[in-house]
Ligand binder design. Sequence first.
Ligand code: NAG
Ligand code: NAG
Ligand code: NAG
Ligand code: NAG
Ligand code: NAG
Ligand code: NAG
Length: 937
Amino acid sequence: MASAAAAAAAALLLFFHLQLLLLLPAPSGAQPGFFSLDCGGAHDHADAIGIQWTSDASFVTGGQTAQLLVQNGLQSQQFTTVRYFPADNRKYCYTMNVRNRTRYLVRATFLYGNFDNSNVYPKFDISLGASPWSTIVINDATTPVVEEAIILAAAPTLSVCLSNASTGQPFISTLELRQFNGSLYYTTDEARFFLALSARINFGAESNDSVRYPDDPFDRIWESDSVRRANYLVDVAPGTERISTTKPIFVSVNEEPPEKVMQTAVVGQDGSLNYRLDLEGFPANAWGVSYFAEIEDLAPNETRKFKLEVPGMPALSKPTVDVEENAQGKYRLYEPGYTNLSLPFVFSFGFKKTNDSSKGPILNALEIYKYVQITMGSQDAIIMASMVSRYSQASWAQEGGDPCLPASWSWVQCSSEYAPRVFSITLSGKNITGSIPVELTKLSGLVELRLDGNSFSGQIPDFSECRNLQYIHLENNQLTGELPPSLGDLPNLKELYVQNNKLSGQVPKSLFKRSIILNFSGNSALHIVNNAISHTITIICVVIGAIMLLGAAIGCYFFTCRRKKKPYEDTVVIAAPAKKLGSYFSEVATESAHRFSLSEIEDATDKFERRIGSGGFGIVYYGKLTDGREIAVKLLTNDSYQGIREFLNEVTLLSRIHHRHLVTFLGYSQQDGKNILVYEFMHNGTLKEHLRGAADEKITSWLKRLEIAEDAAKGIEYLHTGCSPTIIHRDLKSSNILLDKNMRAKVADFGLSKPAVDGSHVSSIVRGTVGYLDPEYYISQQLTEKSDIYSFGVILLELISGHEPISNDNFGLNCRNIVAWARSHIESGNIHAIIDPSLDRGYDLQSVWKIAEVAIMCVKPKGAQRPPISEVLKEIQDAIAIERGPQEMQRSATIQQQLLVSNSNRSMGDSSSVNNHQDLEQNGASFDELLMRPGLR
Ligand SMILES: *[C@@H]1O[C@H](CO)[C@@H](O)[C@H](O)[C@H]1NC(C)=O
Ligand SMILES: *[C@@H]1O[C@H](CO)[C@@H](O)[C@H](O)[C@H]1NC(C)=O
Ligand SMILES: *[C@@H]1O[C@H](CO)[C@@H](O)[C@H](O)[C@H]1NC(C)=O
Ligand SMILES: *[C@@H]1O[C@H](CO)[C@@H](O)[C@H](O)[C@H]1NC(C)=O
Ligand SMILES: *[C@@H]1O[C@H](CO)[C@@H](O)[C@H](O)[C@H]1NC(C)=O
Ligand SMILES: *[C@@H]1O[C@H](CO)[C@@H](O)[C@H](O)[C@H]1NC(C)=O
C-alpha cells in the first residue's frame, strides 16, 4: 500500500520533471553547452561545421564594429568582422552566463585583418574575470591569434575583458564557451588556478586541418602535427613515421580525445620519437597529458614499451609505458600525464623504446596547459555587482568584470592592495533616479562619493559603516528628509555637499564640530540649529576670504597624486543658505584651484610688462603679488584651448600635481577671454641658459650638472609614477628645466598635456620640440612615458656635451643631431670627444661614462628598450656617488651588496622549478602512480 503510494508520488514527480524540462527554452539547432559570439557580427548565423554564431552586441558595452580589410580567403563569416575598443585605461568586458561550479573551455580569437586601415599590429591584454589571462600580440594581419583556457566557473557569469593596449586598439573576433561535463581537466587547485592552453596536438594527422567539432563533441581544436609553426614541434627524430587506422578506438570517457585524433599516430621506427615545443609564457607549472592507443596489429611475440625522456628531468624516465597492457587492449586509450610539472620555455621531450621492446614508441596526441593564477578580485565585487544590477538600462552599469581588476570601471577608483577596495565612486550627472542604492553604505573602503546632478530621491542612507568617507557630494538631486546626524560622526569627513535638494529639518550640530566643508544651500526647509546661527553669520564674512585661499584644497582629489596634506585641518567653513554665497562657493569648488582675478594679475605684472620667456602655449611674464611673492604668469595663446571647460579641466589637473621638483602651480585666471596660469617664479632661469649662455652663467661643475639631472629625474618620476593616470610631459627639454635661487632644478610646463590615458593614447597632434622628439612617437603617434625618456636622454647628452640637440655646425659631417653624434662616439669608446670642454677638470670619468651609457639607453629607437625613469634616476645617483668620492662609494657599494644578498636569497627560496625537481626526486616512489594515472574521473 505504502509502496504503491510512493510509486505514484514518484511518477508524479517524474511527470513534473518532464513538464519542467519541456518548459526550458529549446536551444534551436544550437549545440548544448556551446556559446559562440561573433564579435562585430550583425546577424546570427551557422558556419560550415554547423556551429551557431550569435551577434555579440548584447554581451558587451561599448566598442565599435568593423569589417576586415584583408583576409586570407579561407575564413568563415565570423572572421569577417571584429569589435574594437578605444586604447584607453579602461577595460571592456564581455559578460556571459555560465553554470556555477562547471568547467568551461573559453576560446577567444583575434584576426586583425587591418580592420582599422592603419596596419599597426595591436598589442593588448585579456583577462578572465579579474585574472590576467594573456597578452595578445598581433604579428600578422591574416592569421588569427587563438587563446584557450579551461576554468571552473565560480559564479553565474564569466567575463572576458580587453584592456591595457600598448599599441593599436584592442579588438576581438570571436569568443566561445564550451561546457565540459567530465573531469579530465580536474585539478586539485581549481579555485586558485585556471589552465591556459599551450599545445594540443594531433600526431600523425593525415592533413593539415585540425580536428574539432563535430568530431570532438567539446569542439577542442586538435592541431595537425604536420603544420609546423615557427615555434612549434621541431626536432623530429629520424625514423619517425605516421600511421593510421580506420578501426574504431574505444574512447571510454567523453572528454578523452575524439576517435579521429586517436586513429592517427607517429611511431619511432628507429626506437625513439623526439620533439621540441616552445612554450610561450614558460617557465611555468604545467598540466600535461599524452594520449596513446595501440593502432598497429602487432604479432603476438612483439611488444611496444617505452619511456618518456626529458633532458634534466631523469625522474620522468622511471615509468615504462606499455600501451596495450596499460590500456588493457589494442585500440583503447591510455592517458598518462602530470597534473603539475614545472616546464621550461623550450621543452624538449622524447619517447625511447626500452631494450626489451621490439617496437619503437607511439604517440597519438598531447595536451599541455599552463597554470595561471586566479587573481582574487576586489573585496567589494559582490556589493558592486548587486548595486549595478539595479540599473540594467544604464551603460555605466554594464561595464562588466570586476569593478577594480585588471582596470577599474570608468566611474570607480580602487585601492592598489592585492584584493582592492573601491575608494571612489563618481556618478555625477548620470540621470539616475530612485533612492541612493543601499549597497554604497556597505563599501567600507569608500573615501569619496559623488552622486551630484542626478535625480536621486528619498532619504540619505546611513553611511556610518563607511568610516573612511571624506568627500560626499549629493548636491543637485531630489533628496528629502533630514541630514542624518551620523554623517557628523564620520571621523574623516571633509566635504559634505547637499545643496539644491529638498532636505528638511535641522542641520545636525555634529556637522559644525570639525573641519567639514558643508554646503546646504538651496534646501528651503533645512535650517541651522538656532544657537548656531549668529555664530555662522560672523563666520561667513571671514570665510569668504578663506574660501579664496582654500581654492586649491577644496574639491581637490587628494588621491590623484601623492601629496602632503595641507595644514587646513582646523578651519571650519560653512556655506549658509544664502544664495549668492552658495553659487559662488560651488563655482570655486568645482574648479578646485585658486582663481586670481584679472586685475590682480595685471597689478602683479604691471600690465604684462616684463616678458621672461615663451613656451609652447604662450608667453610668460614676471609678476609680484601684493604679499611679495614673485610669480611667473603664463598668458596662454587663445587657440590653446577648445573652450572654457577644457581649460578648467587642465587647471584641475595641474592643481593636483605637487612635487618638490616640479614648478609649483599657484592658480589661474580666466576673464575677458584671457586664459592665465600662475606659477612660482624661478630665479635662475632655464637649464638651457646655463649650458649655452654667457660664460659666467655656465655651470662648469659636473657634480652640479648631475644634481640638476637628479632633480629633474625625480620630478619626471613623480609625473610617471606618482600620478594616476600617469602624466606624460611630452615636451621635456633643457629650456623646460628651471633653476631656483639655490640652483636646484624643477621641471616646468608639465600637465598642459592631457594625462597619459584619457581616451586618447593615440593623439592626433604630435607635440614636442625638434631635437627632443621621440622618433617612435613621431611615427606611430602613440604616446607613452618612454617618449619622455627619449627627451630626457637628449637632455643628459646636453649635460655631458653642452651642445644643443640640433645643430649644423657642432656634430661634423652627415650628422645634424646630438643623438647620432654622441652614439657614434660613445659606441666607439671615445667619450672625451663628447665631453663639454668648459667643464671643470677633475670629474671622474667613470661617472661621465655612467651617464653616457644611460643616455644612450634612453635614446634607443624603440620605447620598449628604454629604461623607466626610476632606473635612469638610480644611474644618476650612482654617478653622483662616484663623483662625491670614496665615502659615498663605500656606502653605495654596501647597499648594492645587501641588495645582491637579499636577491639571491629570494631566488633560492622562490624558485619553483628547484622545488619541483626536489619534489620529484623525493617522491620518486609514487611516480609510477602519477604517470600511470588511469585518467581522473
Ligand atoms: C558558486 O559556487 C561557489 C562554490 O560552491 C559558491 O561559493 C558561490 O557562492 C556560488 N556563487 C553563486 C552566485 O551561486
Ligand atoms: C600593460 O602592458 C604593459 C606592456 O605590455 C605591461 O608592462 C604592464 O604590466 C601592463 N599593465 C597591467 C596593469 O597589466
Ligand atoms: C555530457 O554527459 C552526458 C552524460 O553524462 C552525455 O550523454 C553527453 O553526451 C555529454 N555531453 C557531451 C557534449 O559529450
Ligand atoms: C601543410 O603545411 C605545411 C607547412 O605548414 C606545408 O608545407 C604543406 O604544403 C601543407 N600541406 C598541405 C597538404 O597543405
Ligand atoms: C616474431 O615472430 C616472427 C615469426 O613468426 C619472426 O619473424 C620475428 O622475427 C619475431 N620477432 C621477434 C621480435 O622475435
Ligand atoms: C533621463 O531618464 C529618463 C527616464 O528615467 C529619460 O526619459 C530621459 O531621456 C533621460 N535623460 C537623459 C538625458 O538621458
